[in-house]
Design a protein around this ligand. Structure first.
Ligand SMILES: [Zn+2]
Length: 385
């Protein structure tokens, strides 16, 4: 199947112009509805079954089904419809610009290119009346940049046998595993007292400084020098800190927000054990130390399993389109692939090359979006013929 640069530029530039910032991250974000409605209309002249599957008030997953004979497996192609905010390039983010092979714009790579590839491929299959033994379900899901309620809703409500998640990994990379992560609040309790009453007060900020220093030392001692060969250095950074009430009072409570990773084979419990060890070490120095851990979000690592037939189909397609098979690899960031695989669906993560994600001048390689579309088209036929 010949897919053209023009097809990709037309649809992708239209989607970039439709703001779909996740309201979970940015309160004023418009969400995914307008883009889903546009795409439903764009598909209305095809035989595809299109559903706006409401996940949360005004925030639907766009589901596009190409029905097969019912004998074969169902292949889901998952890309996310939402983007992060664009406060650092407000006048340009929604105005796509083309420079050579690159399209620059908010979500051009992450992840509207994924939606475009999946939709162009499935549209072409429908238009060419290709007969398949299983269903193809394209899911342009909401909230991946938030807390992934779109893919959670998808796996809870739909039967799928294989999944391809599209994110801008760059061809020919196929991610087969990646780190998990947690968002954790560490709460240190002190004791409020008049600023002159050193015997009565416990300084929660001084105690929190011990926590921060020891976490940083652990990172430098353990995680930085020992990156996982596939998935890189275990993620750790501080994110937020709040504490104290005023100049004149001992601070009774300090809260540190961190993001911290786990490697395949681990869970967030490994990192919680690390933090508890730090608490024990600090208590040895300051017996009145009182720390608490509040896990806000816990996502397990992605460890792909059972994807051999899918990878074989994709390898065949990739050799035809780009002259080489897919290259299995790991990654240090988290994606919705983990949720699909956790639901028992063999999953691979692939996508076109891009850069500057979550930053100004985000770009995607237009030629790789064209290639990705063709690889998807051929993979679907190979797997479901
Ligand atoms: Zn993404």
């Amino acid at each position: 199947m010949e897919f053209t640069r023009e097809q990709v530029v037309d649809l992708l530039s239209t989607l970039v112009r439709i703001e779909s910032v996740t309201p979970w991250l940015i309160e004023t974000g418009k969400g995914e509805r307008a883009q889903a409605e546009y795409l439903a209309e764009w598909l209305s002249d095809t035989s595809l079954e299109v559903t706006l599957d409401e996940v949360q008030d005004g925030r639907p997953n766009l589901l596009v089904r190409l029905r097969g004979t019912g004998e074969g497996p169902t292949l889901c192609i998952n890309a996310h419809a939402d983007t992060v905010g664009y406060g650092n390039w407000p006048t340009r983010a929604l105005e796509p610009v083309i420079e050579g092979d690159r399209m620059i714009g908010l979500g051009a790579a992450d992840d509207k290119a994924g939606c475009v590839s999946a939709l162009l491929a499935v549209r072409a299959l429908a238009e060419n009346n290709v007969k398949l033994n299983g269903d193809v379900l394209v899911a342009c899901v909401i909230d991946e940049e938030g807390v992934s309620i779109g893919t959670e809703h998808l796996v809870a409500n739909h039967k799928m046998d294989y999944a391809i998640v599209i994110e801008p990994t760059g061809l020919p990379i196929a991610i087969t595993e990646h780190q998990g992560f947690g968002w954790i609040d560490i709460i240190v309790h002190g004791k409020a007292a008049h600023g002159s009453a050193a015997d009565a007060g416990i300084d929660s900020i001084v105690h929190m400084a011990e926590v921060v220093t020891r976490l940083h030392e652990l990172d430098e001692r353990e995680w930085a020098p020992n990156p996982d060969p596939l998935n890189g250095r275990t993620v750790f950074h501080t994110g937020t800190i709040q504490g104290g009430t005023d100049y004149a009072t001992y601070p009774s409570k300090t809260v540190l927000g961190i993001e911290i990773g786990s490697q395949p084979g681990e869970t967030l419990d490994n990192r919680i054990a690390d933090i508890n060890q730090i608490f024990a070490d600090i208590t040895a120095k300051y017996p009145n130390f009182h720390g608490e851990i509040d896990v806000k979000l816990n996502r397990n690592p992605f460890v792909g399993e059972g994807f051999e037939l899918l990878l074989a189909a994709m390898n065949k397609a990739a050799i035809e389109v780009i002259g080489k098979p897919m290259a299995p690899q790991g990654e240090n960031s988290w994606t919705d692939a983990a949720l699909l695989q956790e639901a028992g669906i063999p999953t691979l993560l692939v996508g076109p090359a891009g850069g500057n994600y979550h930053a100004e001048d985000e770009w995607v390689s237009i030629s790789e979006v064209v290639q990705m579309t063709d690889i998807l088209y051929r993979t679907i036929i190979e797997l479901l013929k």
